[in-house]
Design a protein around this ligand. Structure first.
Ligand SMILES: *[C@@H]1O[C@H](CO)[C@@H](O)[C@H](O)[C@H]1NC(C)=O
Length: 506
C-alpha cells in the first residue's frame, strides 16, 4: 500500500522524543521484572506425568506450520534448568519474575479430578527458589497451552470451559497462593481467541473466521470472572494477594484529526482489547457498544439469524464487571488507524471486515526481526493514556515489553528500544498514571510460537544447539541491569565488560 507522505504529517505528531532526562527516577516501590511463559521455556513436554497440550499437538502433528519446524519439546529446558534461570534473575537484580503455569502439567487431562503431584512439585521448587532470593513471583494461569483433551471438547468455544478453568484456578491458588501474591488469569485474550479460533496463527488454528473469536471472547470473560471470584472469596482474605488480567494493547493513533479517524482508532481499540477488557474494567460492563452494534448489523446483512457476537445476560455483566485488581499490559508497537486505509479482503465474515478500518506503520520506524514489530515513538505513553481514559486510575503493570533480533549478543536495537520504552513509561509516571511495574519480555530467548527459534526476544541468548541450553547475557542485559540498579536511564552508559556477576543483596 502506498501512503502519501502528506498523511504522515497527521494531527497527532509523533516525535522521537528521547530527550535525555537523566535526572528522572522511577519511583520507590516501582517493580522491575522479566517475563516468560511455560510452553516457550519449560520443555519436558511429556515428563513426570505432564499431559499433552495444544502446542504439543500442533507442533507434533503439523510441524510445517512452524517457521523452522521446531517445537517446545525441549525449548530452554527450564524444567531442569530453573536454578540457572533464577541465578540470571539475581544477576539482573530484578524485583519480580512473571512466569506461567502449564495447565496440563498439573492437571494432565485438564480436569481437576487428577492432580499430577510431580507437576505441582516442579512449580513448588521454582517458586521456593524465587522467593528465597526475595524475588516476587507473578503467575499467569493461562499462557496459551490448553490441555489437548479440553480442546477435543471444544476448548474455549465450549461454555463449560469457564468451570474447567475455575477448577484449575482453584488448584493453583490452593497450592501456590501461600507464596504467590500476584495472579493473572489470562495472557492476551485477542491472541487466544482471534489468532487461535478465528484465524490460523496460533494453536488450535481453528480458522472459524468472524465466528470463533466472538464465542471465545465471551467464554474467556466468564472464565476469568469465575476464577477471580474464587480468589476474591476463598483465598484473598487469608492469602492477601491480587488477581488481574493481561491483554495486548497496541497504540492506535488516528491518522488525521478528523472525527472519522478518531472513530476509526476507537473501533480498533474496541476490537483489539476493549472486547476483552470492557466487560471487566469499564463502568457499565459488557462488550464495547459500537463494536457490538456493528457486528449485529453486519451479521443481519450477511443472513445470520442472530449476531455472531452473543451478548452477556445482565446477570453475567454484573458478575464480570469489577473483577480485576490490576490491568496487565503487554505492549510492543502501534500504528495509525483510518477507514481510508482499509482494503476489503477475504475471508468474510471476519472481525476486520466487521470494522473496516485499515492500519499503517511508517517505513522509517525501526523494524525488529519479527515482521509485526516496529518501534513506534512514545507508544507506551499513548497506550497508558488510552487505558486511563477508558478505565480511570486502575493499577497498571506492563507485563510484557520487548524487541526481537536474530542471534548475537550485540543487540543495539533492543537496547535502543528498551531505553525509549522506559522513557515513555517515565512520561506516563510524570503525569500521575497509576503504573506500578514493568516486565521485560523476555528473560531469555525462547520458542517464539509460529516463528519457532528464528526470532529472539531474550536479554540472555540461549544456545538451542547445545544440549546444556547455555544462556549468555546480551548487551541489553547489562543495560537493563544498570537501569534497575540506578532507577534512572543513562543513555550513555556502556558496560565495561560482558562478565555478569550477582550484586550484593541479590
Ligand atoms: C482458512 O480458511 C480460509 C477460508 O475462510 C481458507 O481460504 C484458508 O485456506 C484456510 N487456512 C488454513 C490454513 O486452513
Amino acid at each position: 500500500m502506498k501512503i502519501p507522505v502528506l498523511l504522515l504529517c497527521s494531527a497527532v505528531t509523533l516525535t522521537w522524543g528521547v530527550a535525555v532526562k537523566q535526572s528522572r527516577k522511577f519511583p520507590d516501590g516501582f517493580i522491575f521484572g522479566t517475563s516468560t511463559a511455560s510452553y516457550q521455556i519449560e520443555g519436558a513436554w511429556n515428563e513426570d506425568g505432564k499431559g499433552e497440550n495444544i502446542w504439543d499437538y500442533l507442533t507434533h502433528t503439523n510441524p510445517a506450520a512452524i517457521e523452522d519446524q521446531s517445537s517446545g519439546d525441549v525449548a530452554c529446558d527450564s524444567y531442569h534448568k530453573y536454578e540457572r534461570d533464577v541465578e540470571m534473575m539475581r544477576e539482573l537484580g530484578i524485583d519480580s519474575y512473571r512466569f506461567s503455569i502449564a495447565w496440563s502439567r498439573i492437571l494432565p487431562n485438564g480436569l481437576a479430578n487428577n492432580v499430577n503431584e510431580a507437576g505441582v512439585a516442579y512449580y513448588n521448587k521454582l517458586i521456593d527458589e524465587i522467593v528465597k532470593y526475595n524475588i516476587e513471583p507473578m503467575v499467569t494461569l493461562y499462557h496459551w497451552d490448553l490441555p489437548q483433551r479440553l480442546q477435543d471438547m471444544g476448548g474455549w468455544l465450549n461454555p463449560l470451559i469457564a468451570d474447567w478453568f475455575a477448577d484449575y484456578a482453584r488448584v493453583v491458588f490452593d497450592r501456590f497462593g501461600d507464596r504467590v501474591k500476584y495472579f493473572i488469569t489470562f495472557n492476551e485474550g485477542a491472541q487466544i481467541c482471534y489468532e487461535g479460533y478465528d484465524w490460523v496463527t496460533k494453536a488450535p488454528r481453528l480458522n472459524m473466521s468472524g465466528i470463533g473469536e466472538y464465542i471465545c471472547a465471551k467464554n474467556l470473560a466468564l472464565a476469568h470472572a469465575k476464577a477471580y471470584h474464587i480468589y476474591n472469596d476463598d483465598y484473598k482474605p487469608t492469602q492477601g494477594g491480587v488477581c488481574g488480567y493481561t491483554i495486548a494493547v497496541s497504540s492506535f493513533v488516528p491518522l488525521t484529526d478528523s472525527d472519522e479517524d478518531a472513530y476509526a482508532a476507537e473501533l480498533v481499540n474496541q476490537l483489539q482489547w476493549g472486547l476483552y477488557t470492557d466487560p471487566i474494567f469499564s463502568k457499565d460492563g459488557g462488550f464495547p457498544k459500537e463494536l457490538f452494534d456493528l457486528v449485529a448489523k453486519k451479521s443481519a446483512a450477511q443472513g445470520f439469524p442472530r449476531s455472531r457476537l452473543t451478548d452477556f445476560t445482565e446477570e453475567e455483566k454484573a458478575y464480570i464487571r469489577g473483577t480485576g485488581d490490576f490491568f496487565g499490559v503487554n505492549h510492543y508497537s502501534g500504528s495509525f488507524a483510518s477507514a481510508s486505509l482499509y482494503t476489503p479482503q477475504p475471508p468474510v465474515p471476519s472481525p476486520k471486515d466487521d470494522i473496516e478500518i485499515g492500519q499503517f506503520a511508517p517505513d522509517d520506524w525501526p523494524q525488529a526481526a519479527s515482521f509485526w514489530l516496529k518501534q513506534m515513538p512514545d507508544s507506551i505513553y499513548i497506550v497508558l493514556k488510552n487505558i486511563q481514559k477508558r478505565y480511570g486510575d486502575v493499577p497498571i503493570y506492563i507485563t510484557e515489553n520487548g524487541w526481537s533480533t536474530h542471534e548475537g549478543i550485540e543487540d543495539e536495537g533492543r537496547v535502543a528500544y528498551y531505553r525509549a520504552a522506559l522513557e515513555s513509561a517515565l512520561d506516563a509516571l510524570d503525569e500521575g498514571i497509576n503504573l506500578k511495574g514493568y516486565y521485560a519480555w523476555s528473560l531469555m530467548d525462547n520458542f517464539e510460537w509460529m516463528a519457532g527459534y528464528t526470532e529472539r526476544f531474550g536479554l540472555y541468548e540461549v544456545d538451542f544447539e547445545d544440549p546444556e541450553r547455555t544462556r549468555t547475557p546480551r548487551k541489553s542485559a547489562f543495560i537493563y541491569k544498570q537501569i534497575m540498579k540506578t532507577r534512572t536511564i543513562d543513555h550513555d552508559y556502556e558496560p565495561e565488560s560482558y562478565v555478569m556477576t550477582i550484586d550484593e543483596g541479590h
